[in-house]
Design a protein around this ligand. Structure first.
Ligand code: SAM
Length: 326
């Protein structure tokens, strides 16, 4: 089996696959005016997704994260989970979701083969949650997380984007939340994208400020597992849950990169903030193209850059994260 390793020595056991660009939220930092369909070709169909995952699995990829946009808006999400989990070599299937459909569907997703869940929850205050996301769905999301915690997932994680002036005073509330729950909260430093420049300047909060507060409160940085990816993880003996810090502006962030992305229309994106995508879709139309697909992925990986240009304000071709799969 070939291995997915780039010329900087990083390995990629992990693919983020976007299932749709559509989202029902209006997060102030991502899609403040809501998703606008642009009439371009439709998103990858189930058969194309299966061929794509087979191609990556042939190169040693063992974990797929389904994301978007909001992946739970796909009517065929259950079939996608079943199909992907049946591909030989794929051991882990994770879903990143805004969580509002969890109460209705999470049990079925789990039974279909989903192994891990990441749910976005930017605030533990229902009113603030509404202001940030544009939707009053706090009750569904938090109830969905409680339900998921009883379903035997390998991991349940919560994503919260750090926003100065909106949620940067909530650490004590998060500590209480984590006291008895086996979840990991990932605090994500706000990233500047093509569309959010002004918002970024007003609300960006450096992750290291939060890390300092964690350390002051007795949280301890954990040793990094070899395949752990770019999050720095903290634990505290008095709390069951953990806290991860995702700091895209920190100096070692790209050195820990272990992910590749494919957009909802089948473009391979080597970096969230890269300047180009490589269309894989023409090679997803027939099983006969399997070997050509595997070769194209392997060749393109050789072109992955050592790091992004965010420090120089270079956001690449990404207008917002919903367009590529956050
Ligand atoms: N709709 C799903 C969700 O809400 O999790 C999946 C897609 S969403 C783009 C994935 C994650 O990216 C969410 O946690 C979201 O808050 C985060 N995100 C979006 N734009 C971001 C930005 N500019 N900086 C940091 N995180 C961002």
């Amino acid at each position: 089996m070939q291995a997915l390793i780039d010329r900087h020595g990083r390995s990629f056991p992990y693919l983020r696959l976007s299932l749709t660009e559509a989202c029902n939220y209006r997060c102030a930092y991502c899609l403040p005016d809501g998703y606008q369909a642009d009439g371009r070709p439709r998103f990858l169909a189930l058969g194309e997704i299966e061929r794509l995952v087979r191609g990556f699995a042939a190169l040693g990829m063992s974990k797929i994260r389904l994301t978007g946009g909001e992946p739970s808006l796909r009517k065929d999400l259950l079939s996608i989970i079943e199909t992907v989990s049946a591909v030989p070599g794929i051991g882990k299937i994770a879903l990143t979701t805004n969580g509002c459909l969890l109460p209705r569907h999470v049990r079925a997703w789990r039974e279909a083969g989903l192994t891990a869940l990441n749910v976005s929850l930017d605030s533990l205050d229902a009113g603030r949650f509404h202001v940030i996301t544009g939707h009053d769905r706090f009750a569904e999301v938090t109830a969905g997380i409680e339900l998921a915690l009883g379903l035997g997932f390998a991991s349940v994680k919560i994503n919260a984007v750090l926003l100065r002036g909106h949620n940067d005073d909530e650490l004590p509330a998060w500590f209480e939340y984590l006291r008895g729950r086996d979840v990991s909260v990932r605090f994500i430093e706000l990233m500047r994208t093509g569309d959010n420049r002004e918002y970024f300047e007003r609300h960006h909060l450096r992750a290291e400020i939060i890390e300092q507060r964690l350390q002051d409160a007795g949280w301890q940085l954990q040793a990094r597992a070899p395949d752990a990816g770019p999050a720095r993880e903290y634990a505290h003996p008095a709390y069951r849950g953990r806290i991860g810090i995702i700091a895209p502006y920190s100096k070692d962030f790209c050195a820990g990169c272990n992910r590749l992305r494919v957009t909802a229309r089948g473009d391979l994106r080597l970096c969230l903030f890269g300047d180009f995508g490589i269309s894989l879709r023409p090679l997803l139309q027939s099983d006969a193209d399997h070997h050509a697909l595997v070769a194209r992925i392997a060749t393109q990986l050789g072109m992955k850059a050592a790091g992004h240009g965010l420090h120089q304000g270079l956001t690449g071709i990404t207008p917002h994260l919903a367009s590529i799969g956050g």
